[in-house]
Design a protein around this ligand. Structure first.
Ligand code: AMP
Ligand code: ZN
Length: 501
């Protein structure tokens, strides 16, 4: 197992990754609030963590990946001037039950994750299914002196917490002296909260609020930050390995999660905090409320104002992987056109490589060393904070080599059979298992691409046998049947080749 280095947002440094339990990883990623369809920006963050999940598994870790569904408690607007719950607002606008809203958009989210070939998490807990755990956490926070109740709501006391612990503000870089200074100036503006940075962990529900539960403080609902604290603790323990989410969740969401966990359990939850950077459109963070979001379907259909044509899900996934997860990424027509070319070159090289059989003499030369070095470097790039951008650039140098082998420009004599087999296996592993791409040019799956290649080798072999024994009926039958499936076979002096029309 190689040593992976992770940029830890908590220390601001790249650190060697040592899991709490050898060979196992507990990873929690904040999931979507299911009150509307996910836009491409959301999809980028989930894809970033999908690759991290895949790579950890590829390296042999047993990963428990928990990604929640937020279906209650996420407020929109200003809390002080009448914020509304996102689920309640959507339910009102669409004239549906909040749980119908949750169901509708959870299904849509799952479908989109599938389309982008993001693996499902090991556990997908939802906030409304964990009210008991959240109430217990509020009680613990109150018991430990870090919360206070006012008129049916419970607030987290950030000032007391900051005085007792030096963790508050660490993740987001907020300076606690500023928070303390504010406490003197702004107290008069607060009605229930003792300090502006205090936040609600339990919110009193007015009778008209659609989602509410009984609690020791009266009917109410949990604050948004609380669900992630309660569910990560339940499924991964009070301390676990990795906590992830989009950059924009650092503050207040993740900062407050740390405060809640420390306040309730006396333990900072995650050892490594990872933040994926934003997808931008015209240089600005893609967001629905800012009116600059692109929905995945709009790109798949080409039906949108920003782009000249349609792009397939795998071209978009490839486009996302061309950037490191910690860099911002600008969505543009030019970038997608380039990604489309790159994606097809990669898939074609993969098909060429799978179609090659080793015909060398087992000599090792400079070429052999270069191929091994490039493969090692691609893995080293992934070990270095999951740098898919750099790993892809190594794969493209390998694409040039593969194309040269195919054209005969470089002879397979220059590499050993071991290197040839390694290249075949790891090039394919990288594209499909680690980067999670699918071969759309071969009718779908990674897996499918390989299966189709394997099946076609078999079919062509059987047909070759039939031809050698002059069994023209079987040979023609196979060709005609394949034709019906839009697969053309071309017979040449070197054997038969096939292509999907
Ligand atoms: P939400 O449903 O708003 O909680 O967002 C779900 C996830 O998408 C969170 O991890 C956000 O940080 C992330 N996210 C939101 N906007 C973008 C964006 N423009 N680019 C990348 N990730 C985003
Ligand atoms: Zn969260």
């Amino acid at each position: 197992m190689s040593t992976i280095h992770i940029h830890n947002s908590l220390s601001g440094k790249k650190e060697a990754f040592t899991p709490l339990k050898e060979g196992k990883v507990g990873m929690y990623v904040c999931g979507p609030t299911v009150y509307q369809d996910v836009h491409l920006g959301n999809c980028r963050t989930f894809t970033s963590f999908d690759v991290i999940y895949r790579y950890l598994m590829y390296q042999g870790f047993k990963v428990r990946y928990v990604r929640n569904i937020t279906d209650a408690g996420h407020l929109v607007g200003d809390v002080d001037t009448g914020a509304e719950d996102k689920m309640t607002k959507a339910a009102r606008l669409e004239m549906l039950e909040p749980m119908e809203i949750a169901q509708k958009y959870t299904l849509g989210f799952h479908k989109m994750m599938d389309v982008f070939n993001n693996l499902p998490p090991s556990i997908e807990p939802r906030a409304t299914g964990h009210i008991t755990e959240q109430i217990r956490m509020v009680k613990d926070i109150l018991h430990n002196g870090y919360g206070y109740e006012v008129n049916g709501s419970v607030y987290f006391n950030t000032i007391k917490f900051a005085q007792d612990n030096d963790v508050y503000g660490k993740l987001s870089g907020k300076i606690i002296d500023d928070l303390l200074a504010e406490s003197r100036d702004d107290l008069k503006n607060q009605d229930e909260k003792r300090h502006p940075s205090d936040f609600a962990i339990w919110i009193k529900a007015e009778p008209k609020h659609l989602q509410q539960w009984e609690s020791p403080w009266g009917p109410g609902f949990p604050g948004w930050h609380l669900e992630c604290s309660a569910m990560s603790t339940k499924y991964l323990g009070t301390e676990f390995d990795i906590h992830g989410g989009g950059n924009d969740l650092k503050f207040p969401h993740h900062e407050n999660e740390i405060a809640q966990n420390c306040g309730a359990c006396g333990q900072s939850p995650a050892r490594y905090w990872m933040h994926a950077n934003m997808l931008l459109l015209n240089g600005k963070k893609m967001s629905k409320s800012a009116g600059n979001s692109v929905m995945p379907e709009e790109l798949f259909s080409g039906n949108n104002d920003f782009f000249s044509k349609a792009y397939s899900p795998m071209v978009i996934r490839f486009f996302m992987l061309q950037a490191h997860y910690k860099s911002t990424l600008d969505l543009s027509d030019d970038a997608l056109l380039a990604a489309e070319k790159g994606y097809h070159r990669l898939m074609e090289a993969h098909q060429s490589l799978q179609g090659l059989s080793y015909s060398g003499q087992g000599n090792a030369s400079k070429e052999d060393e270069e191929i091994n070095t490039l493969l090692n470097q691609a893995f080293a790039d992934m070990d270095d904070d999951f740098n898919t951008a750099k790993a892809l650039s190594r794969l493209f140098t390998l694409v040039n080599k593969i194309n040269s082998f195919k054209s005969g420009h470089i002879s397979l004599d220059t590499i050993t059979e071991t290197t040839f087999n390694r290249l075949k296996k790891e090039f394919s592993d990288f594209i499909f298992n680690i980067l999670g791409l699918l071969d759309e040019t071969q009718g779908g799956g990674s897996g499918n691409g390989e299966v189709v290649n394997g099946l076609m080798d078999l079919v062509i072999n059987i047909r070759q046998h039939a031809r050698s024994s002059k069994d023209w009926t079987t040979s023609d039958q196979i060709r005609d049947k394949l034709n019906e499936l839009s697969i053309t076979i071309k017979d040449g002096s070197e054997g038969s080749t096939w292509k999907i029309d």
